[in-house]
Write a protein that binds this ligand. Structure first.
Ligand code: NAD
Ligand code: USQ
Length: 398
């Protein structure tokens, strides 16, 4: 299969590109390298020393003999180039990771809100529009997020895979059932772009019979996969800063360098998690099981397990003896929520989720120990606030 990996230089995209290349797929990475530029803007670096994309793909060829090609392209701004490359290459599938993915960065200020909206919405729309334009039957696999469902439930209400069966009373007083898209309830401008992407998928599947799979993924943790571990030059990125670092990797890094874990609020927030190796496997399953033309988008919940942040912090404390700080929450989110998620479809394809274990925590701990001298501790605190009011309150209290 020829696969375009949009955003293939990023945290999820790079190991996925290697995983698919290893199995003999013809992989073309398309990326505008904006993530590397945002690191410069924020004056942070991946904890792991990542090579340039050119050195990465040369190293992959040297080590495995597999060729990955790279095209530098901004999909949000360059519709014509995107269309040309689709015409020339005729990929079977596109995996779309190429979005601004940090909720705190999206809430930082009015410029980053605008950037996130433009980059993500125009990027996704350009991809859909280009596939229609070239009239090719390309399967689009998009990385969406569990956060589109919101985290409002206090009760354990199972979240279905994208669609909700509802009963509606007709005007002539009959009861009928229907299946609707699960009502979106985003918790940040970033998450809002994913709910808007989902709307575009519904439209293009209906109007143009595009074949689309939207993977509603939980928080990805871990760093390395079998493939990225083959050579130092293939190492995956590891974000730990207050904007791009995600919670479990941050906790593991903080414990490894002897800092207290930074739990926001009570830690009663329940979130969905998945290990990076499973991200790659699930994308492979999604590529192998496309929806048929004319079908509504397939929505898969790509998560392995749900945990509260305080439980996670306590587990890590048990293993490492670290301290836990319960900090004022910079976000506007429910203090506590329940989360029960159906992931039957991915399981039916044969996926056996990797669950959190001490041994897996060790992998992250080893990475953070090895590169601890590269850490800039001044970048750990989360300083992007969801509302001006929260920012003012927390500044007064400091
Ligand atoms: P990342 O920021 O590490 O990678 C995204 C890549 O896309 C970067 O290399 C960036 O340069 C590129 N990119 C961004 N905008 C682009 C554009 N306009 N044109 C071309 N390239 C562009 O993010 P990630 O963690 O790898 O996440 C990938 C996708 O998975 C995102 O869409 C994210 O929403 C989704 N996701 C991530 C997580 C997670 O925990 N990391 C969880 C759920 C879903
Ligand atoms: N949190 C802490 N302490 C920290 C950092 C975060 O308690 O030091 C809390 C946050 O307040 C939040 C939770 O941890 O309640 C998750 O935060 P996060 O930054 O790990 O994850 P999130 O902002 O939701 O975003 C990440 C990815 C995003 C993806 C999403 C999947 O950056 O791309 O879409 O996870 S999900 O959360 O399932 O929507």
């Amino acid at each position: 299969m020829k696969v375009f990996i949009l955003g293939g230089d990023g945290f999820c995209g790079w190991p996925t590109a290697l995983h698919l290349s290893k199995f003999g797929h013809d992989v073309v990475i398309i990326d505008n390298l904006s993530r590397r530029r945002i690191d410069l803007e924020l004056d942070v670096e991946s904890l792991t020393p990542i090579c340039s994309i050119y050195d990465r793909i040369n190293a992959w060829f040297e080590v495995t003999g597999h060729v990955i090609r790279f095209v530098e392209l901004d999909i949000a701004h360059n519709f014509d180039e995107l269309t040309s490359i689709l015409r020339e290459e005729k990929p079977d599938s596109i995996v779309h990771f190429a979005e601004q993915r940090a909720a705190p960065y999206s809430m930082k200020n009015s410029r980053t809100k605008n950037y996130t909206i433009f980059n993500n919405i125009c990027g996704t729309h350009n991809v859909l529009n280009a596939v229609v334009e070239v009239q090719q039957d390309i399967h689009l696999v998009h990385l969406g997020t569990m956060g589109v469902y919101g985290y409002g439930h206090k009760e354990p209400v199972p979240i279905p895979e994208g669609y909700l069966d509802v009963q509606i009373r007709t005007s002539d007083d009959r009861q009928i059932t229907d299946s609707i898209v699960y009502p979106p309830n985003p918790g940040s401008v970033y998450h809002m772009t994913k709910t808007m992407d989902a709307q575009m998928f519904q439209y293009y599947a209906k109007n143009d019979n595009l074949r689309i799979t939207d993977l509603h993924q939980g928080i990805v943790w871990g760093t390395q996969t079998q493939d990225t571990s083959l050579d130092e030059r293939l190492v995956n990125r590891f974000d730990y800063d207050g904007d791009y670092g995600t919670v479990l990797n941050r906790f593991l890094m903080q414990a490894a360098v002897g800092l207290p874990l930074t739990v926001h609020g009570t830690g009663g927030q329940t979130r969905a998690f998945i290990h990076i190796t499973d991200t790659c496997k699930c994308i492979e399953y999604a590529l192998m099981n496309p929806p048929s033309s004319g079908a509504r988008p397939t929505i898969l919940n790509q998560m392995a397990e749900a945990r509260t942040l305080s439980d996670l912090a306590k587990d890590i404390q048990l293993i490492t003896g670290c301290e836990i700080d319960y900090l004022p929450n910079p976000r506007n989110e429910a203090e506590e929520n329940d989360l029960v998620v159906r992931n039957d479809q991915l399981r039916s394809f044969g996926w056996k989720p990797t669950l959190m274990e001490d041994s897996l925590f060790l992998e992250v701990t080893e990475i953070t120990q090895r590169y601890r001298n590269r850490a800039d501790y001044s970048k750990i605190q989360c300083v992007s606030y969801w509302t001006k009011h929260t920012q003012e309150q927390q500044t007064i209290n400091q």
